[in-house]
Design a protein around this ligand. Structure first.
Ligand SMILES: [Zn+2]
Ligand SMILES: [Zn+2]
Length: 296
């Protein structure tokens, strides 16, 4: 399974829809993984996937410990996750984790490198432990990019300008001028780069877009309103592109101040299903939710 999306040619990235005053790249809070864990526990209340969300919360709690610790290689980080999460993990994850920990250093590094790019074995003996490897890489990348100066936020690109990571989801926030500002949160370093508000991240299309939300799932999906692009539709919605048929989750802190991109994405996988049934493929890459290959 390959999540990488076609990249825009450089000339197209440059001036296309660049705002006059470009906002800065957002740094994640120092306790981002603790906050994500709290948000996941809150969203788990009464949720159809409560057990999954609580397990993700436990992983995020350990990600915070990894983030706060000194730099660890993937094997040491996985060993730590294995020791701290232990029996909380379902049996198939425990046995896949044992298989990952038994890999040679070179093989584990290759697995990690591919996973960063959304390329992973979507079945087989290692698969069930890959979200933990993704979680370890995410904690390390967040720690390491937080310690570096920020690059100029010049791109409208589909890859993170800080670390080259894949997009996790887009995030709407109130900008300095009071207007809504849209960012894309990186799946690896958790920094967020500013992008145009009504525009497919994958192909740049800004016209043929549809917005799905669970609140309005019995109605036809909304079309873009370029004047009021963030009229109340839902704090969690999917921007679906009629050109490339990609769909990116959009989390709005304007409509829900407590929303957190990583957590709210996991709690709204039903939306991806809805968009998927309409023929749109998920663009966002969330290490804690790696789709598998259907058997057969
Ligand atoms: Zn990044
Ligand atoms: Zn597109």
């Amino acid at each position: 399974m390959n999540h990488s999306q076609p990249m825009l040619p450089a000339a197209e990235i440059q001036a296309d829809h660049a705002p006059l005053l470009h906002p800065d790249i957002l740094r994640p809070a120092a306790d981002i993984f603790s906050r994500r864990a709290d948000r996941l526990r809150q969203l788990a209340e009464g949720h159809a996937m409560a057990d999954f969300l609580r397990l993700c919360a436990a992983v995020c709690h350990q990600q915070q410990a990894l983030h706060d610790a000194s730099r660890l290689d993937p094997h040491s980080a996985m060993l730590r996750l294995s020791q701290s999460l232990g029996l909380q993990l379902p049996a198939p994850v425990q046995s896949a984790l044992t298989a990952v920990l038994a890999l040679e250093t070179v093989a584990l590094s290759r697995l990690a490198e591919n996973l960063l790019n959304g390329d992973y074995p979507a079945d087989g003996p290692l698969f069930a432990a890959l979200p933990l490897l993704g979680a370890a890489l995410q904690a390390q990348a967040t720690r390491s990019i937080r310690q570096r100066p920020l690059p100029a936020p010049q791109s409208q690109g589909a890859r993170c300008p800080c670390c080259g990571g894949l997009p996790l989801a887009s995030l709407l926030q109130r900008g300095d001028s009071g207007h809504a500002q849209r960012y894309v949160v990186c799946s690896m370093c958790s920094h967020a780069w500013p992008v145009g508000r009504v525009r497919c991240l994958s192909c740049g299309n800004s016209r043929d877009l549809l917005y799905y939300s669970l609140a309005a799932q019995d109605r036809a999906p909304a079309e873009p309103d370029h004047q009021q692009p963030h009229q109340a539709r839902g704090a969690r919605e999917v921007e679906a592109c009629g050109e490339c048929h990609g769909a990116l989750k959009q989390i709005s802190q304007l409509l829900d101040a407590g929303a957190e991109a990583g957590a709210d994405d996991l709690a709204s996988l039903a939306l991806d299903l809805l968009a998927g049934e309409a023929g749109f493929a998920r663009i966002g890459f969330n290490p804690l939710f790696l789709p598998g290959r259907a058997p057969g």
